[in-house]
Design a protein around this ligand. Structure first.
Ligand SMILES: Nc1nc2c(ncn2[C@@H]2O[C@H](COP(=O)(O)OP(=O)(O)O)[C@@H](O)[C@H]2O)c(=O)[nH]1
Ligand SMILES: [Mg+2]
Length: 191
C-alpha cells in the first residue's frame, strides 16, 4: 500500500515535472511547506540543494522552481513574495487542517492573495495538510472555514477564460498521501 502510494505520487508528480513553472508554496508558519519541499526533493533523482532562510526557501527541479514563504506577521517575507509573484505560474496554499484555531488567520491571508490583481489568473491548489492527526476537521469543515465551498472541480475541468482554477485537496505530507492528486490536478492547468 505504501509502495503503491509512493509510485502514484511520483507518477502524479511527473505530470508537473515536464512543465516549465514557478510555483509558490504559501501558508501560515507550521502549515507544512518546508516538509513538502523536502518530500519533493527526496522523491527526485536530481535536484539542486534547497536554499534555506527563516521564512523562505527555494528548490529547483528540472524546469520547475519552487519557493516557499511563511505568511502571517512576517512583513519582510510579505514584501519578498509580493516582488516575486508577478511572474508566478501557480500557488500551492497549505493549511494545517489539524489547527482550526488558526483557520481564520489562514483565511485572511488566502483572501488577500485571491483578491490581488497579479494573481487573478493563477491556479490555486489548496492543501489541507495533517489529516493524519486524530480529530482533524473534515474537508467540508475546512472548506466552510476558508470560504471555499465554490471551487472549480477536482477533475480535468475545462474552464472559461478568466476563471481561475482553484481546488481543495486534503493530505498528509508526512504520511505522503493526498498531495499527489493535488499536483496532478494542478499540472492540468499549467501550460
Ligand atoms: N502530523 C503531521 N505533521 C506534519 C505534517 N506535515 C508537516 N508536519 C509537521 O508540522 C511542523 C511544521 O512543518 P513545516 O514544514 O516546518 O511548516 P512550515 O512552517 O509551513 O514550513 C513540523 O513539525 C512538521 O513535522 C503532516 O502531514 N502531519
Ligand atoms: Mg518552513
Amino acid at each position: 500500500m505504501f509502495l503503491f502510494d509512493w509510485i502514484w505520487n511520483m507518477l502524479s508528480f511527473l505530470g508537473l515535472y515536464n512543465k516549465n513553472a514557478k510555483i509558490l508554496f504559501l501558508g501560515l508558519d507550521n502549515a507544512g511547506k518546508t516538509t513538502l519541499l523536502g518530500v519533493l526533493k527526496d522523491g527526485r533523482l536530481s535536484q539542486n540543494r534547497p536554499t534555506f532562510h527563516p521564512t523562505s526557501e527555494e528548490l529547483s527541479m528540472g524546469n520547475i522552481k519552487f519557493r516557499t514563504y511563511d505568511l502571517g506577521g512576517h512583513e519582510t517575507a510579505r514584501r519578498l513574495w509580493r516582488d516575486y509573484y508577478t511572474s508566478v505560474d501557480a500557488i500551492v496554499y497549505l493549511v494545517d487542517s489539524s489547527a482550526p484555531e488558526r483557520f481564520e488567520e489562514s483565511k485572511r491571508e488566502l483572501d488577500a492573495l485571491l483578491s490581488s490583481d497579479e494573481l487573478s489568473n493563477v491556479p490555486f491548489l489548496v492543501l489541507g495538510n495533517k489529516i493524519d492527526v486524530p480529530g482533524t476537521p473534515s474537508e467540508e469543515k475546512l472548506r466552510a472555514s476558508l470560504g471555499l465551498t465554490q471551487t472549480t472541480g477536482k477533475g480535468k475541468v475545462t474552464l472559461n477564460p478568466g476563471v481561475r482554477p482553484i481546488e481543495v485537496f486534503m493530505c498528509s505530507v508526512v504520511r505522503r498521501y493526498g498531495y499527489g492528486d493535488g499536483f496532478k490536478w494542478l499540472s492540468f492547468y499549467l501550460s
